[in-house]
Design a protein around this ligand. Structure first.
Ligand SMILES: NC(=O)c1ccc[n+]([C@@H]2O[C@H](COP(=O)([O-])OP(=O)(O)OC[C@H]3O[C@@H](n4cnc5c(N)ncnc54)[C@H](OP(=O)(O)O)[C@@H]3O)[C@@H](O)[C@H]2O)c1
Length: 248
């Protein structure tokens, strides 16, 4: 097992990619705090599945765009696990609207959930990771932040911001052995994609060189790599997990 004895927080792990990440990390030996915003039932199932693997799980509701809630989430992990070795900033929302249709409040919400949360949660774990001599922060960005997409300007801007923030934190914390990386996925089969019309689906699938949607486990394996010894000399990077959609 590649993460035996480690402890992790995965934001937005009630479903989708976060669920797959939390389970993959637990299968590799880590205890996991399962965070959700509103859907408690699926989050409970993820926590139960982690416990069935023989790991400890904490179920924790928090809106990670709220500083007090983000800090309380990290405190809950430290209170039970004693430390946080791995933070996966995964929680996110989309807003597939054009510039002219996007309201100021919608812009602020997308930027808060997708980008400010990465700042808040990273800030909340940083001191502990420095004090314990290291840690891993893995931020889920998006191909949309690299290329622009139908996901809308707020979403694309937030995800481009995640990549910039990742590089900034990687430089700042490298001397403390806190490694900070991003993963930029595209078109992995989760609810976040389901706003597309049948015509948009057709075009989307045709545009992927691997000619299929990604499976959440494709992404989870990339997270395990960056969280484990395989990622020991990787920091400030963005790993593309996109079926070849964009070759940056
Ligand atoms: N799927 C893809 O193809 C794809 C591509 C590029 C990037 N991404 C990124 O990957 C990440 C995960 O997406 P997904 O596809 O798994 O989406 P998803 O199925 O819609 O899941 C989103 C998760 O985020 C949680 N969440 C939303 N707002 C939150 C908040 N304020 N605080 C805490 N948790 C919150 C949700 O919790 P509740 O269940 O409680 O609502 C849920 O667990 C996102 O950052 C997304 O932008 C996905």
């Amino acid at each position: 097992m590649r993460l035996e004895g480690k402890t992790a927080i995965v934001t937005g792990s009630s479903r989708g990619l976060g669920r797959a990440i939390a389970l993959a990390i637990a299968r590799e030996g880590a205890d996991v705090l399962v965070n959700f915003a509103s859907r408690e039932e699926p989050a409970k199932e993820v926590a139960a599945a982690i416990e069935q693997l023989g790991r400890r799980a904490i179920l924790h509701r928090a809106d990670v765009s709220n500083g007090a809630q983000a800090r309380a989430m990290v405190q809950a992990a430290v209170a039970t696990f004693g430390r946080v070795d791995i933070l996966v900033n995964n929680a996110g929302i989309t807003l597939p609207k054009g510039l002219l249709e996007t309201s100021e409040a919608e812009w602020d919400r997308v930027l808060a959930v997708n980008l400010k949360s990465v700042f808040l949660c990273s800030q909340a774990v940083a001191e502990g990771m420095i004090a314990q001599g290291g840690g891993r922060i893995i931020n889920i960005a998006s191909t949309a932040g690299q290329t622009g997409s139908l996901s809308g300007p707020a979403y694309c801007a937030s995800k481009a911001g995640v990549e910039g923030l990742t590089k900034s934190l990687a430089r700042a914390f490298a001397r403390h052995n806190v490694l900070v990386n991003a993963i930029a996925p595209a078109l992995i089969d989760t609810e976040i994609l389901y706003w597309r019309t049948p015509e948009q689906w057709k075009t989307t699938l045709e545009s992927i060189p691997l000619k299929r949607l990604g499976d959440p486990n494709d992404l989870a394996e990339a997270v395990v790599f960056l969280a484990s010894n395989g990622g020991n000399f990787v920091t400030g990077a963005t790993l593309d997990v996109n079926g070849g959609l964009h070759m940056g």
